[in-house]
Write a protein that binds this ligand. Sequence first.
Ligand SMILES: Cc1ncc(COP(=O)(O)O)c(C=O)c1O
Length: 390
Amino acid sequence: MKQSAPTPNPRPMMAFAAPRLGEEEFTAVDAVLRSGWIASGANVTALEGELSARFDGRPTRMLTSETAALEVALQLLGIGAGDEVLIGGQTFFSSGNMVAKVGARAVFVDVDLHSRNIDLADAERRLTPRTKAIIPTHYAGLPCDMDALYAFAERHRVRVIEDAALAIGSSWRGRAIGSFGDIALFSFHPNKNMTTIEGGAIVCNDEADARRVEVLRFHGISRLPDQTRDVDFPGGKFNMPDVNAAVGRAQLRKLDGFCRHRRALAQRYREKLLALLPAGHLPHPGHEGDESGHSWNLHAIRLPLEHMTSTRSQIMDAMRARHVATSVSYESPHLTTWFRRDGWRAGDLPNTELIANTTLTLPLHAGLDDDDVDYVCGALAEVLHEGGWR
Ligand SMILES: Cc1ncc(COP(=O)(O)O)c(C=O)c1O
């Protein structure tokens, strides 16, 4: 790859993801800190209610992260040693990790090359009598085909834990992700469409499950009539502090605006990048006729590396030299050292691996504007051409 001459760049480094915080969040945090009640309190309860309203009244509980919510969800469903859980291969490490942590076997499933969402035909091939649940990720905020997913779950009598980390603000045919189906989990990490600094949520089917989540997220403690406490399961400590919930409440009020902005930026990316890359290397534009259901948490292209002399790492460095941060979302969880020990090998999930080896996440967040997108696309064109792409 030819080295680009370092030219002074007046642009600050552009993050690939960033929270958008304003006076509302600062004021809300200030009020909580001054209130004297900074652990889980009124703001957590209020945020749970506000999210639940968005999810058609389904009981919702806050936790310290989605990873915590994954662990709690698996415990809620009684999944453990001897059980298997199907996991869409293009996802973050946390679902495989938590399945392993509760003692069950993670069975990774290949994805569709374009949508990057779980391939249910492959899931079908990997079912065994021990399969208890399926964890599909709504990749980048693009909902899985919910009709096909829930038909699969019903046909094979498996529970669904939707990994909706990237899908707060997404919908399927007008219904919010989280407002129907089985268990849905959300992340409010700073890279997500709205943030609670760190945080997660679990959407449950009924109040009994929600009450069980309250126990599982707080040491497994239940209160006895004589005002003493008992533990019937060694629970974790995953309750969200009120400071985080106060940030989340302010963010939730802005969420729909953030998602509209993200969709407009994604549209602009598409218009520009169609001149540079084949359509199949660009992110899936959203389900036909339901494009507004995509909340665009990530904008991840696939690099045509097979036609280039440069590596992805060199391309990332060259973008950074132009003050554009990029990322890899995601590597293949089944090929981590941990899961290789369980027998997973390169070639097991062809589409997932092709994506993992060629994907590049470009900046997309509510703090960017059209000019930023144009700049990224211009920088990418230069870098790809330097690497031999024509
Ligand atoms: C797809 C996906 N699932 C789960 C998680 C875990 O979320 P958290 O960081 O809140 O534990 C992430 C985090 O980035 C993610 O991207």
